[in-house]
Design a protein around this ligand. Structure first.
Ligand code: FEO
Length: 181
């Protein structure tokens, strides 16, 4: 059982996660256009992660007998001034998502909705990792500065990032996550 206000807030979070996917897809396209295939790969892996985040909530809302209501997606930015600009925007966006998850958790606590609190714990942990990843890359990009050779070395490193979460949700998100574990 899911309180209507909680269901509405979770539906809004689906939209935020889908926008995150869209934003990182745009960053991937931009990186690809710049000839930075490693950065493009990193953001495309991030796109898949965000789709997984959205689909987990989608499935949770349905399993709790509530309706999934999808809203329009905002268009993401298509131009960035540098790789540092992209990762600075990524971190700012992730900090916004962290606040949003915290607000959901506070709502679940205020409603004594234990199931949703347990469900959201995964997102609380995930956000720490997301912000840490962005901070690490921002530090490296600051060290790199205008050094094109060092930027290409980082590009090669980012090319190695692989998708570790399920991307096929046809059998359900939880089933896919268990199969992939
Ligand atoms: Fe789903 Fe990157 O937060």
């Amino acid at each position: 059982m899911l309180d209507k206000q909680m269901a509405q807030a979770l539906n809004e979070q689906i939209n935020k996660e889908m926008y995150s996917a869209y934003l990182y897809m745009s960053m991937s396209a931009y990186s690809s256009n710049m000839g930075l295939k490693g950065f493009a790969n990193w953001f495309m892996v991030q796109y898949h992660e965000e789709m997984f985040h959205a689909m987990k909530i989608y499935e949770y809302v349905q399993r709790q007998g509530e309706e999934v209501k999808l809203e329009a997606l905002q268009a993401p930015p298509a131009e960035f001034s540098s790789q540092l600009d992209m990762f600075t925007k990524t971190l700012a966006h992730e900090q916004f998502i962290t606040s949003s998850i915290n607000e959901l958790m506070e709502m679940a606590q205020s409603k004594k909705d234990h199931a949703t609190q347990i469900f959201l714990e995964w997102y609380v942990t995930e956000q720490v990792e997301e912000e840490e990843n962005d901070n690490d890359i921002i530090l490296q990009l600051k060290l790199i500065g205008d050094n094109a050779h060092a930027l290409l070395m980082l590009d090669r490193e980012l090319a190695a990032r692989a998708t570790t979460i399920p991307t096929d949700f046809s059998k359900g998100v939880e089933a896919a996550a268990k199969a992939a574990a």
